[in-house]
Design a protein around this ligand. Structure first.
Ligand SMILES: NC(=O)c1ccc[n+]([C@@H]2O[C@H](COP(=O)([O-])OP(=O)(O)OC[C@H]3O[C@@H](n4cnc5c(N)ncnc54)[C@H](O)[C@@H]3O)[C@@H](O)[C@H]2O)c1
Length: 336
């Protein structure tokens, strides 16, 4: 049995707790949150204990695995603390707010020889994963282009960390990161990025629409368009290969065709519940940990998704084409 502790008892923690309850080899044993009442409510529901703070949680007897489920501005310091306690962890996306923080967190984990998984949840969607398989097994030929459009209406609360670019990273780090990660998973390294954003909600300080174009090093293209101001929700992802193409419609149905004339069709049904990806994510994390195998989504994958998202953010703010990799500013240069 893997004993799991949660740092953070907010919205995503409730989803992870319900998902973890579907994994018989694991159980939630301890929860901490900056707001004790929130930790208490979640712990009570799942028969876990509470810890007053991170230090107490890390001393919890028999703890095997930690989920970091807090806002991104505190991820780096929490990854470092969990690593120094010698515990493996799953950290929600975005891994950190900056590449400098990501590198500090990665180096602490490496020094402590502690594995870190990043919560790039969308890779666990069965149709997103099937697209990757079809590309890898050659059925679609070489990568040519991918697109991902997720349009929804989201009531971002004014004053919340999500509504602040400094605390949440805006749409690039909070939302488009998943779409960018999926495309980079398929297309590989990105050479350069252009992007534009729009701000239609006067109640919040950040953009609520973001559109980006990616040029991959292999010559392929990617586009990502996300909206939090769309009254008519719509999601579509697509992939074009040199020998076939496919679309994933509303995360429920995959359709496509190969140049050999094979039709591709998978229907998850209208009742398919996105909660499934969280169950798959926890099941995989627990299985890899139990078998002492490396996590399938590494901390480096988390850093890569962060870097692409930061590049999109920079391109949207500066209206400039942003080349990759991004330059990490050394400490001495920052302080100069
Ligand atoms: N993978 C996904 O699809 C997905 C979906 C939603 C959110 N997320 C990520 O999950 C993380 C949390 O998001 P959320 O929606 O649950 O936020 P939230 O605001 O609902 O919850 C965050 C919780 O962390 C607590 N907290 C804040 N600072 C803390 C600290 N220093 N120590 C302990 N607790 C602290 C808050 O009190 C709050 O209860 C974010 O990084 C977000 O990007 C991922």
């Amino acid at each position: 049995m893997i004993n799991v502790g949660f740092i953070g008892a907010g919205e995503i923690a409730w989803t992870h707790a319900a998902a973890l309850a579907e994994v018989p080899e694991a159980r939630l044993v301890v929860v901490t949150d900056a707001l004790a009442e929130k930790a208490g409510n979640l712990a009570h529901k799942y028969g876990a204990k509470t810890a007053v703070d991170l230090d107490e949680l890390l001393r919890f007897p028999g703890l095997d695995f930690v989920y970091i489920l807090t806002p991104p501005a505190v991820h780096a310091q929490q990854i470092i603390a969990v690593a120094q306690a010698g515990l493996p962890m799953l950290c929600e996306k975005p891994l950190t707010m900056t590449l400098e923080e990501a590198d500090q967190a990665i180096s602490a984990a490496k020094q402590a020889r502690v594995p870190v998984m990043t919560g790039l949840t969308h890779r666990y969607h069965p149709l997103a994963a099937r697209a990757k398989e079809l590309l890898e097994n050659g059925e679609l030929g070489d990568f040519v282009a991918a697109w991902s459009h997720r349009l929804t209406s989201l009531d971002v609360q004014p004053g919340s960390w999500l509504s602040s670019r400094a605390l949440g990273g805006g749409m690039a780090l909070q939302y488009a990161l998943h779409d960018l990660d999926w495309e980079c998973w398929l297309g590989g390294d990105v050479a350069q990025i252009s992007a534009q954003e729009a701000h239609t909600n006067p109640r919040i300080d950040i953009e609520d629409n973001l559109w980006a174009l990616l040029q991959f090093r292999n010559g392929g293209s990617g586009s990502v368009g996300v909206s939090w101001s769309a009254q008519h929700s719509h999601t579509e992802r697509g992939l074009i290969g040199s020998r076939g193409n496919l679309r994933i419609i509303n995360q429920k149905r995959l359709v496509g065709r190969t140049s050999e004339g094979k039709n591709l069709e998978i229907d998850l049904g209208d009742d398919y519940d996105w909660f499934d990806v969280f169950v798959r994510e926890s099941r995989d994390a627990i299985s890899q940990l139990s078998h002492a195998e490396p996590f399938r989504i590494s901390v480096e994958d988390g850093r890569n998704a962060l870097e692409i998202s930061l590049a999109v953010q920079r391109a949207a703010i500066t209206h400039q084409l942003v080349p990759l990799p991004l330059k990490v500013m050394p400490e001495w240069e920052k302080n100069a």
